[in-house]
Design a protein around this ligand. Structure first.
Ligand code: GLV
Length: 333
């Protein structure tokens, strides 16, 4: 099908986005755009009323797209998420309804791997803790034995989930002289060649890694993958990095492990819960570096994510296969 008749399709965009990012959508659809994310994390009450007439939904990861929402959206033909992870979306329910779900892999790989590396460096060299000491008047003279951190070169990084972001992180770590091991459902021969990496079972990886970086989607299998037992397997000098999803780690177990020195430090871009309340125990720990879920937060990357989400959405409205579909089995029906 060629150009769509403008305004023929009714689309809900759950939250305000810069107009430049969604220009294609405005040009091709009747787009109803929600409030700023600062006002409501989920679907606004106003937009919920428009669900029955929506053909398409462009959503953020803070919106729960579950069976209940889908029931209200009887006309819905495509869901498009502006994120790579889709754990907020009931993929099975969408597939059963024949609704393809778009997501945005690829465009955020480098930005997220950069953030993983940033956390790894910041946690190992105690950047936030030492910065705070210095600004609060505790700099003092240069002291040979003070503020000591961990080296990267020659150390072993265990990558949990050797997908695109895991590989991009391994590539960066390799440039810092680190050795790479990994765990993944299936072997990744190209990554093994590129990084001289060995695939291990999670238990083994946790035991021998100096750094563990999480890059797995959140699913029933990966929820609390890093629990008290897993943390107990790690070296007392090990540093845990999470740029994947908060619930992949059991937060209470992590707090206990960091407090007890069972592991050395953690660097988190994602937490459970999110947002992390200001009085949460994790904030009180000097050996925990926390970023507020900014893995993909660069100007270029976020614009590309929005544009890819729009491309997916428009393809779905045209009845074409989504360029990036998170539930491809929907096309087997
Ligand atoms: C962000 O967390 C994403 O999944 O893209």
């Amino acid at each position: 099908m060629g150009a769509m008749a403008k305004l023929a399709h009714r689309v809900i965009v759950t939250h305000q986005l810069p107009e430049e990012w969604i220009a294609d959508l405005r040009d091709n659809c009747n787009a109803l755009v929600g409030p700023p994310t600062s006002e409501v994390a989920g679907l606004s009450a106003e937009l919920q009323r428009h669900l029955p007439s929506a053909d398409g939904l462009l959503t953020l990861l803070t919106v729960k797209v579950d069976a209940e929402l889908l029931k209200k959206a009887q006309n819905l033909r495509v869901v498009s998420q502006m994120a790579v992870g889709v754990d907020n979306i009931d993929l099975n329910a969408c597939t059963q309804r024949g609704i393809p779900v778009g997501h945005t892999p690829g465009v955020l790989t480098d930005a997220t791997a950069d953030l993983a590396m940033l956390l790894l460096l910041a946690a190992s060299r105690r950047l936030l803790e030492t910065n705070r000491d210095a600004r609060e008047g505790r700099w003092g003279t240069w002291q040979p034995e003070r503020w000591l951190g961990a080296d990267l070169a020659g150390k072993t990084l265990g990558i949990v989930g050797m997908g695109a972001i895991g590989q991009a992180t391994a590539r960066r770590a390799k440039a810092f002289g680190m050795n790479i091991i990994y765990t993944n459902r299936s072997p990744k021969p190209a990554a093994e060649r590129e990084f001289d990496a060995t695939r291990l079972k999670l238990d083994e990886l946790l035991t021998v890694s100096d750094f563990v970086s999480l890059h797995t989607p959140l699913s029933a299998e990966t929820r609390h993958l890093i629990d008290a037992a897993a943390l107990a397997q790690m070296k007392p000098t090990a540093i845990l990095i999470n740029t994947a999803r908060g619930p992949v780690v059991d937060t209470d177990a992590l707090v206990a492990a960091l407090r007890a020195g069972q592991i050395r430090a953690a660097g988190l871009d994602v937490t459970d819960p999110e947002p992390l309340p200001p009085n949460h125990a994790l904030w009180s720990l000097d050996n925990c570096v926390i970023a507020p879920h900014i893995g993909s937060a660069t100007e270029n990357t976020r614009r590309k994510m929005a544009q890819l989400a729009v491309t997916n959405l428009l393809a779905g409205l045209r009845g074409e296969r989504l360029p990036h579909c998170a539930n491809p089995t929907v096309y087997e029906k």
